[in-house]
Structures are given as C-alpha cells and as structure tokens.
Write a protein that binds this ligand. Structure first.
Ligand code: FAD
Length: 425
C-alpha cells in the first residue's frame, strides 16, 4: 500500500537447438519480487484499482484524445508520453526501487498492461511495453551498476525512449542466425550489421542490442549490449510502412563501424542469447495481456452495433448464428484471461513460465486473428471502413501472431516442453 502511494502521489530450422540452449535457463532463477500480498486480499485489489485509476486518467487526458491524429501521422510523440508516464511512476512498476522503479510484483505490471490496452490503438501500448518490459528486463537483472545508472534510471524516469534490437532481415524466428557483430577493439566494441522491424527505432535514444561478440556456437557467442542511438555509424534508414500499428514507428537500422565501450555489455559476455530468451518471457506475457481489452471491446462494440442495426425487420444480433458466435468468443476471452492469470501468478512465485507464457502468447495471437475478424463481419460495410475500432484492431492485433515469436515458434516451444517435438539429428 505504501509503495502504491508513490503512484498516487505523482498522479525455425534451428528451433530444437535453440530450445536446447533455452534449457540452460532453468539454472537462472526466474524473476520474483514480493508476492507476500495475497491476490484475493482486499488491500491487493484496492492497490490494483488505485494504480489502474491513476493510469487511466493519464490515458484519458494525454493519450486517447490524440490517437486518431497520431495514427494519421504514422508516429506518436514517444518522448512526451514516456515523460508523462515516467513522472507518474508507471514505467518501472516491477523494476527495483533503487533505480526509480516501484518494486512491485509482476501482477501490478500486468494490471497496468490491462489499462494501457485501453489506449484506442495497438501501436502505443506496444511501444510502451517495449520500454517497460521488453528492452529492460535483462538490464535490470544482469546489468552492471554503471549500465543501470546510465540506461535503466532514465528509461524508468521517461527521460529517454528505448528499443530492442533482435530481428534482422535473415533472422527473425531463428534468433541464433543473426549476423550483426560487435568485435572487441581494446576496451571498445566495433559494431557492424543491421536490425529490422525495430519498434520505437526511429525515436529511440538507446537500443538493447543482441549481437555476436565472438565466433562459435550461436547460442554462446552473443551478448546483449546497451547501444546509444546517437553514436556515429548508427543509421536509422526508414520508418517501415505497415498494415497496422500506425502510431508506433518501426525502423530498419544499419550499423557501420559503430564504436562503443565494451563495458556496455549487459551481464556476462556470451550469455546474450540466454538473457534474451528470458527477456522474451515478459515480452510474451505483456503481449498476451495487451490483447485482452481490445478483444473484449471488439465483442462489446459489436453487440452494441448489431443491436441497433436492423436487417430483414430485426436487429442483426437477433440472428442466433450471431449471438451464439459472440457468446463463444467471449468464452474464449475468459479462458485466455484465466491462462494469463495463472501464468502471472506462477511468474511471481519464481517458477519457470516458458511453457505457460508461450501458451498465453499463442492463444492470444490466435484470438487476435479470430475475434476482430468475426466481429468485423457483423458490421458489414461499416466494418470495412477505417472509422470503427473493430477495423483498427483487425489490422493492429494481427501482429501478435507474428511479432515476439510467431505462433509456430510458440507451438515448437510448447511441443518441446511437452516432449513431443521430434529431435533433429
Ligand atoms: C510491427 C513489427 C514490430 C516488430 N518489433 C520488433 C522489435 O521491436 N524488435 C525486434 O527485434 N523485432 C521486432 N519485430 C520482428 C518480429 O519479432 C519478427 O518479425 C518475428 O520474430 C518473425 O520473424 P520473421 O519476420 O523473420 O519471420 P520468419 O522467421 O521468416 O518466419 C516466417 C514465418 O514462418 C513460420 N515459422 C517460423 N518458425 C516456424 C517453425 N519452427 N515451424 C513452422 N513454421 C514456422 C511462421 O509462420 C512465421 O511467421 C517486429 C515485427 C513487426 C512486424
């Protein structure tokens, strides 16, 4: 309760080898902060409510009124919004207090994600998720004091914008195949290569970069590195045009003899692949959490519209095929919520949630394709216009089955952990 008052005060082909490397993860304890507050207790529920109410106020005043304008501009003012959120304490909910975070357990972060997803587009919640839970978990857990002060503190404060650089044109699902190198030269690293589809990449001040720091096994030759984006040799080539997530910028970035200090390596050199796999657990949980509200709102908006819209002398909703379908879709969302809650509780307990987080991401991705599509159908021609929430979500939410590990990658992980993935010889 005391800590929460701070907020109120501020008001592929290598999949089986990749997975074998992931098994090393079990030797690294999963993140767990204070889970002593029981989730059914009144004070916990009250804390969550207060956190969500203050975050909602910021969204209602400083974000939602401008979303249409930012969607049209194909970018939103990330620095301005991060500063607002950072000042109120919302960018480091589960990050350590000594670096400006609130030190709350991961259930609070997931509750905040629920609220972030009431932003009326997919791009901005995704961009904020990158800042809070995709680019920073490894830094917070394994980074040196120097790196945490230099990069984590301003990120949590909202003074800088960050991005995560894993994917490359030839390495998306198969992270181990990435080609960007960071070679030692005295006390420095010289970086060459490129990154593709980088969320926040146009506006970011620093990147959590995954690069090869040596030759040899692709699971032991990589490091995560804090790379300031203003360093000479970093070229942001373009803001990639997309079918959705318009407010969020997505960059292609080239590195040409970029020189930075070797002390910018996060944790131990050579453990970058493993750190990134750990970092993916939060990315996947957050991805799933950000889907729930949009899915529910698609159903709700569709009920409201089809109740009003009359065809053949009766409301569209009165066709059994339609109200049955909407009831079934709502049931799917409830099942997703239960899976997310179970995964979050296990994560807070410090369990390895690779299986559950992969399942949650898979299920959320599947529903993000099924629900907006099914709902859009019942809007008829209105559904095909850009004017309605359902059509925006039809475009935006399609990403979840691809980004942060495609559905098939999730299925491979689940199969591996179920012991049914054929082993490649
Ligand atoms: C809008 C957007 C934002 C993004 N943001 C970021 C970011 O901030 N940082 C970052 O590093 N990356 C980012 N990405 C990249 C994203 O994570 C990758 O696109 C994703 O991992 C898939 O990689 P790929 O595109 O190379 O597809 P590929 O690896 O070429 O895969 C193509 C398809 O093959 C199928 N497939 C994959 N593996 C298997 C398998 N084992 N079995 C069967 N089929 C399989 C899947 O259907 C997959 O979609 C972003 C992408 C987009 C579109």
């Amino acid at each position: 309760m005391l800590r929460i008052q701070k907020i109120l005060h501020f008001s592929g082909k290598n999949i089986s080898t990749n997975l074998a490397a992931c098994h090393q993860l079990s030797s690294i304890k999963f993140m767990s902060t204070d889970s002593s507050v029981h989730k059914d207790s009144l004070s916990f529920k009250e804390d969550i409510k207060q956190l969500q109410t203050s975050l909602q106020k910021i969204i209602d005043v400083h974000i939602n009124p401008f979303v249409d304008e930012w969607e049209a501009a194909k970018i939103y003012p990330a620095h301005k919004i991060m500063k607002k959120l950072g000042e109120a304490g919302f960018l480091g909910i589960s990050h350590p207090v000594e670096y400006g975070g609130l030190g709350l357990d991961y259930r609070y972060t997931m509750a905040a994600m629920e609220t972030y997803s009431t932003i009326s587009c997919g791009g901005i919640p995704m961009s904020i998720g990158v800042q809070t839970d995709m680019a920073t978990p490894a830094l917070a857990r394994f980074g040196s004091e120097y790196l945490k002060k230099e990069f984590l503190v301003p990120t949590i404060a909202g003074d800088v914008v960050t991005c995560v650089g894993v994917s490359e044109p030839q390495a998306g699902s198969d992270v181990s195949a990435l080609k960007t190198t960071a070679k030692k030269s005295g006390d420095d690293l010289i970086i060459n290569g490129q990154k593709m589809w980088i969320t926040n990449g146009v506006q970011a001040d620093w990147m959590c970069l995954l690069a090869n720091t040596s030759q040899g096994s692709p699971h032991k030759n990589k490091s995560l590195i804090c790379l300031p984006m203003k360093t000479p040799g970093v070229h942001v080539a373009k803001n990639i045009e997309k079918i959705g997530m318009y407010s969020s910028d997505t960059a292609q970035i080239f590195f040409e003899d970029v020189r930075i200090p070797a002390k910018n390596i996060i944790g131990e050199e050579g453990l970058g692949f493993i750190y990134q796999m750990l970092q993916f657990q939060q990315e996947r949980l957050v991805g799933a959490a950000l889907a729930v509200y949009p899915l529910e709102r698609c159903i709700k908006d569709t009920i409201a519209y089809t109740k009003e819209r009359k065809i053949f002398g009766k409301p569209v909703l009165h066709n059994q095929v339609i109200h049955y379908r909407l009831a079934e879709l709502q049931t799917e969302v409830e099942a997703l919520k239960a899976l997310i809650n179970k995964t979050t509780d296990a994560y807070v307990e410090g369990d390895d949630v690779t299986l559950l987080a992969s399942m949650a991401k898979l299920k959320a991705g599947r529903l993000c394709r099924e629900i907006p599509d099914a709902c859009l159908q019942y809007w008829g021609g209105m559904g095909y216009t850009s004017e309605v929430y359902v059509s925006r979500m039809y475009r935006d939410m399609r990403l979840l089955s691809i980004g942060g590990g495609a559905d098939e990658v999730m299925l491979s992980i689940i199969c591996k952990l179920m012991g049914i993935l054929p082993v490649e010889k």
